[in-house]
Design a binder for this molecule. Structure first.
Ligand SMILES: Cc1ncc(COP(=O)(O)O)c(C=O)c1O
Length: 385
């Protein structure tokens, strides 16, 4: 038997982990002032790109001596640009606990062929022992594992006096979590995550020590133009002032600026983090009571407040064969989607069967609250069928 459909529907049923929900109140009118049909190298074009960099730095509290650049190919572009440019001189310690972390292991070990790399892995829902990071080595890791809902608890495991560089894919964390910038030599993110901007470009954040590595180390492998950040052994400063390597979308730039201004208006980084935390709290309350779902990340200290991953713990479900479990979990997501109350909430294909609900700052907590009732409704429907 299934109960009646809940009375309240999420006003914005957008819970995708990327591209994420647009900011509350967004309409295409936000883009009306975009610098379209103009060169990104014109004076106003460069000014918009510089504004995006400056507002990012201010909002995130990135140290003045760090450089922030807009680069091609989204977060992946920013990460690979950094890895191809910086890795090689030192042993690399890779930490991976879900599929995006695995991608950077593949880049390090199979593509760059850095044979003496050390790889520390953990299963979905867990995190490797971060204390294994050697301060003499370069370290590659994610701040938040989008496909398992597991984040690093803090940056305390990173030595202040390290000799190696810390290279962090922080795309699902920036604007939702406190990031201790001084612990990171490279951080990357994309516009479509926590601020719900249009996807296109990556943000690359470099510490002075990362710049020193760029200027002192020449990679032994070929470097395509879109990865090149130095010219005759010197950093190309223009790249960090809005002179992009190749042509950016000024429409996407405008949308990112709109998102940044919204973030400033609601109270800046603190308010953004509070919104994500409030969304997670709604799910935490519901998980305690629902009786059929639990967090994939058991330990609350490593639980994401953006990509919240849930597993199903109901005895009937657990008694199903693995394929039937996967099918049942997918059916919950498709039932919600068909009803138009939650889009894109199926767990990532390589993750254990379950659900993934984006709780980043652009999601309203009333919508998460409304969603919890629909989760129970869809679960009852799937179980009874
Ligand atoms: C942690 C992480 N890294 C990398 C990516 C890939 O990002 P992009 O599509 O912006 O290159 C994603 C996308 O979801 C992600 O969550």
């Amino acid at each position: 038997m299934t109960g009646n459909a809940p009375a309240v529907r999420p006003a914005r049923p957008f819970f995708s982990s990327g591209p994420c929900a647009k900011r509350p109140g967004w309409t295409p009118d936000a883009l009306a002032g975009a610098l379209l049909g103009r060169s990104h190298r014109s004076k106003p074009g460069k000014a918009r790109l510089k504004e995006a960099i400056d507002r990012t730095k201010a909002l995130l509290g990135i140290p003045a001596e760090y450089r922030v650049g807009i680069v091609p190919a989204s977060d992946t572009g920013a990460m690979e640009m950094a890895m191809w440019s910086l890795l090689g001189p030192r042993t690399v310690d890779c930490f991976a606990w879900e599929s995006f972390g695995e991608d950077w292991v593949t880049d390090t070990v199979k593509q760059l062929k850095l044979k003496d790399s050390r790889v520390f892995k953990a299963a979905y829902g867990e995190i490797p022992n971060l204390a294994e990071a050697d301060p003499k080595h370069d370290v590659v890791f994610l701040w938040n594992g989008t496909t398992s809902g597991v984040r690093v608890p803090n940056g305390e495991w990173i030595a202040d006096g390290r000799e190696g560089l810390t290279i962090c894919d922080a795309t699902s964390a920036v604007f939702a979590m406190d990031i201790p910038w001084m612990k990171l030599d490279v951080a990357t993110f994309s516009w479509q995550k926590v601020l719900g901007g249009e996807a296109a470009h990556g943000m690359l954040i470099l510490s002075p020590r990362a710049v020193a590595r760029l200027e002192s180390h020449t990679p032994p492998w070929p470097m395509p133009k879109i990865f090149r950040m130095t010219k005759v052994g010197k950093i190309v400063e223009g790249l960090f002032e809005g002179e992009t390597i190749n042509t950016p979308s000024m429409l996407a730039v405008e949308d990112y600026l709109d998102a940044l201004k919204w973030a400033e208006q609601i109270g800046g980084l603190k308010a953004l983090i509070a919104r994500s935390n409030a969304n997670l709290a709604v799910l935490a309350r519901w998980v305690k009571e629902c009786g059929w779902a639990d967090f994939l990340a058991k330990d609350a200290a490593i639980r994401s407040n953006t990509s919240v991953c849930l597993k199903i713990v109901d005895p009937w479900f657990l008694a199903l064969a693995p394929e039937a479990q996967a099918e049942a979990a997918k059916k919950i997501a498709s039932t919600l989607e068909k009803e138009g109350v939650a889009f894109d909430v199926a767990a990532y294909r390589a993750a254990p069967p379950g659900l993934r609900i984006w709780c980043g700052a652009t999601v309203d907590h009333a919508d998460v609250e409304a969603l919890t009732h629909w989760l129970d409704w869809a679960w009852a429907k799937v179980k009874s069928s």
